[in-house]
Design a protein around this ligand. Sequence first.
Ligand code: HMG
Length: 298
Amino acid sequence: MSNKVRLVEVGPRDGLQNEPGSVPSAIKITLVERLADCGLCHIEAASFVSPKWVPQMADGHAILTGIRRQPGVIYSALTPNLKGLEAAIAAGVDEVAVFTAASESFCRRNINCSIDESLARFTPLLAKARQHRLKVRGYVSTALGCPYEGNIAPAAVARVAGALYRIGCMEISLGDTIGTGTPNQACAMLAAVRQEVPITQLAVHFHDTYGQALANIYAVLEQGIRIIDSSVAGLGGCPYAPGASGNVATEDVVYLLNGLGIDTGVDLGRLVDTGRWISQQLGRPNGSKTGRAWKNES
Ligand SMILES: CC(C)(COP(=O)([O-])OP(=O)([O-])OC[C@H]1O[C@@H](n2cnc3c(N)ncnc32)[C@H](O)[C@@H]1OP(=O)([O-])[O-])[C@@H](O)C(=O)NCCC(=O)NCCSC(=O)C[C@@](C)(O)CC(=O)[O-]
């Protein structure tokens, strides 16, 4: 295996968008800063979506303008439409992400339009992002199963991923939104998607509802994936995917990659401390097995 993997830390966005209570902006800011101090180079810090849909993310401007920025770190945000992009630019975002799905039902529940309508909506957003020299990532949710439609055919995922790539998304992140996928499914899905998008431009974004995320990551690493999304302390879930648990925990992914001799540039001890801290702030159990087991002297 090539020995470099890029981690995209989505805890401050995917993690906190699903918290039942409102998390103070000061805590979110401290979280983003601490994650950067751990050596994470790409942090999805905010989301510029409708506050009526996801009130937990209403303070994106305060987060992006409030953080102490570290050179070399990308601070990105979700932007579902032009309005979101304009707000993200005003807040000084480094990179943005659009999001759609491989299943019609999930797409409609999450962003209130069909898949094709979402792609049409992204086209002017991509043009504007280009004017501002901003890279745009594209997410495909429900890549390994949908809470409303069940199994999703790999060809459906490939169609949407290919469309996002062709309209100008520089990287496509494949989301197992409800965390039901298994390694064989993940590899079959990836085999279809890589016909449409070069493997170097693909990321995986696996939730861990059924405890399969690390196995799926290992399987797709063997297929050549080198960009992995994860969330400190396994925070997260999608408000429009009932029952789905958090993302795979960043601590567990770093532990796995360290064991494989793959470099992430992340200080695992510091990351564990950050995961314990945010879990305490939120009053929830730490979702990282490594975070729970880690002894400071190890
Ligand atoms: C896409 C919309 C906006 C369509 O929502 P809509 O209701 O169809 O939009 P609209 O254009 O009719 O606007 C309705 C209201 O929202 C406002 N509005 C409209 N856009 C914005 C904006 N950007 N920022 C702030 N406000 C906005 C707009 O101004 C208007 O306000 P009003 O006139 O009623 O006062 C809505 O459905 C939405 O915000 N959805 C976001 C849902 C979401 O954030 N889901 C979680 C993130 S995705 C995810 O977690 C999956 C992922 C990425 O992690 C991968 C995986 O795990 O699968």
